[in-house]
Design a protein around this ligand. Structure first.
Ligand code: A3P
Length: 305
């Protein structure tokens, strides 16, 4: 199946999820060639769920022994989080390109928007760890709509909120259907919590220190007592905060090799911004889908909704 995408290219239904045509070959190459290591950390996200934020946080977290988050020469001050933690199917495996990743030191940190069922087999079968981040569907949809309009060439004009919303609700969005993407990872995280760490953007916003510490434990680099006393977790949060990252020269003016402007990954960084955009009938339609799709996802230990 094929549908007109939000930006330019077509979206193709591949293994149950919509992929932009220009990325399909990268997805296949990644699936065929990526060899996971037990020490790898893979950040999997739905697009616009805060990937940039968590890329920065993970990078700062796992490299903190050699790169102090307070350091004036920290790589995050000069490089986009997307260059430090590259997307496998968008940056590492572009088209037929198969780079040598064996020389990279452990732990390697990569990211992906691929749904669980499309992950390279080695990722599912080795001990590598997966951190999954998702966000409220209404905020994700609004963020994606703004993002798409920033990327659309002028002659195409803007995509209306109504059209973007309808596509999102029908599942026709980057790596959509959104709800199925989240559900797959959610189910696997319950079955295998040592392998998949499931995190929500809203929770990270509400209790950043708590979740950063949990993340450190999951990634096998817990904060020591000494680090606790020194406030290292707080330093990482400050370094990776929206205000700090979005005001860095590299993120204000730089561009990714794939062409996107770095600043297009920073807009508001708020929870609940959808209230400023959705009509009552839109809210009703999306809430109904979420209720139906996420039915039965409240367990004794955790809730998805
Ligand atoms: P908004 O458009 O709602 O502002 P992604 O990185 O997955 O593309 O997601 C982008 C969204 O995350 C945007 O949301 C962006 O503003 C927000 N974001 C980027 N950096 C952030 C940070 N450091 N803290 C919180 N949110 C951030």
């Amino acid at each position: 199946a094929k549908e007109q995408g939000w930006v330019l290219s077509y979206l193709y239904l591949y293994q149950g999820f919509w992929q932009p045509s220009r990325q399909l070959q990268g997805v296949l190459t990644c699936q065929n060639h990526f060899n996971a290591r037990n020490t790898d950390i893979i950040l999997a996200t739905t697009p616009k769920s805060g990937t940039t934020w968590l890329k920065a946080s993970l990078y700062a977290l796992v490299n903190r022994a050699s790169q102090s988050p307070r350091g004036l020469d920290h790589p995050l001050l000069k490089s986009s989080p997307h260059d430090l933690v590259p997307f496998l199917e968008l940056k590492v495996y572009v088209d037929h390109q198969v780079p040598d990743l064996t020389t990279l030191p452990s732990p390697r940190v990569f990211s992906t928007h691929l749904p669980f069922g499309s992950l390279p087999i080695s990722m599912r079968e080795t001990g590598c760890k997966i951190v999954y981040l998702c966000r409220d569907p209404k905020d994700t949809c609004i963020s994606l709509w703004h993002f798409a309009n920033k990327l659309r060439p002028q002659h195409k004009g803007k995509i209306s909120l109504e059209e973007a919303f309808d596509k999102f609700c029908r599942g026709v969005s980057l790596n959509g259907p959104f709800w199925d993407h989240v559900l797959e990872y959610w189910k696997h995280s319950l079955e295998n919590p040592g392998k998949i760490f499931f995190l929500k953007y809203e929770d990270l916003k509400e209790k950043p220190i708590f979740h950063l510490k949990r993340l450190a434990e999951f990634c096998a680099c817990p904060f020591s007592k000494k680090e606790e006393n020194q406030g290292v977790a707080e330093d990482i949060l400050k370094l990776c905060s929206f205000d700090n990252l979005s005001n860095l020269e590299v993120n204000k003016n730089g561009k990714l090799s794939s062409g996107e402007e770095n600043r297009s990954f920073f807009r508001k960084g708020d929870v609940g911004d959808w209230i400023n955009y959705f009509s009552p009938s839109m809210i009703e339609r999306m809430d109904k889908i979420t209720r139906e799709k996420f039915k039965g996802t409240t367990t004794k230990k955790a809730t998805l909704r």
